[in-house]
Design a protein around this ligand. Structure first.
Ligand code: ADP
Length: 153
């Protein structure tokens, strides 16, 4: 294996994966040799879409993109980075709330594992309002959300 390969983990719940996540990945594509979309599995958190369905949905979007793969993990994100020999954690920023939250996590992660660098990409304005939480709410009220979800879930 080439040791200079730049591998990023894109961790999240992706419940569901949205056009906002997709736009972050499009921005990240030229920066890394490999990007692993890592669905964090947290037994204390109640899923909206079952894990299998999320894996299937995201995998279907990237069948022609060898650089991007999909995986799940249950450990701390930095432990998973070590396991996958990833040097970067990729996160998207929509607003200052995201920033405040993400900053502390990134600082803690870098204290625990200094060789890991968190890379933040700012979402284009047209995706700033897209969040999995809002989409789940809309679905609960029977709203058609297909314009916010790439492909078919
Ligand atoms: P988590 O539960 O870890 O926040 P999410 O699936 O909600 O998982 O988000 C994964 C990552 O994608 C996070 O970094 C989040 O900020 C980012 N993200 C989510 N929606 C958007 C969006 N519309 N634009 C840019 N980044 C986004």
């Amino acid at each position: 294996m080439n040791s200079t390969k730049r591998t990023a983990i894109f961790p999240g719940s992706f419940d569901p994966f949205t056009i906002g996540h997709m736009s972050i990945l499009e921005q990240a594509m030229p920066l890394f040799d490999e990007i692993i979309i890592a669905i964090g599995v947290n037994s204390a958190k109640k899923d909206f879409f079952p894990l299998d369905r999320r894996i299937q949905h995201i995998t279907s979007l990237f069948t022609d993109t060898p650089k991007i793969s999909v995986d799940t993990y249950t450990s701390l994100t930095i432990e998973y980075c070590k396991k996958r020999k990833a040097q970067f954690i990729l996160r998207g920023l929509r607003n200052t709330t995201d920033f405040q939250f993400e900053k502390s996590i990134a600082q803690m992660n870098s204290k625990l594992l200094p060789e890991i660098e968190t890379i933040f990409l700012v979402t284009p304005p047209e995706f700033g309002h897209v969040s999995s939480t809002i989409i789940r709410d809309l679905i609960s009220y029977g709203t058609d959300v297909s314009e916010f979800i790439p492909g078919k879930i």
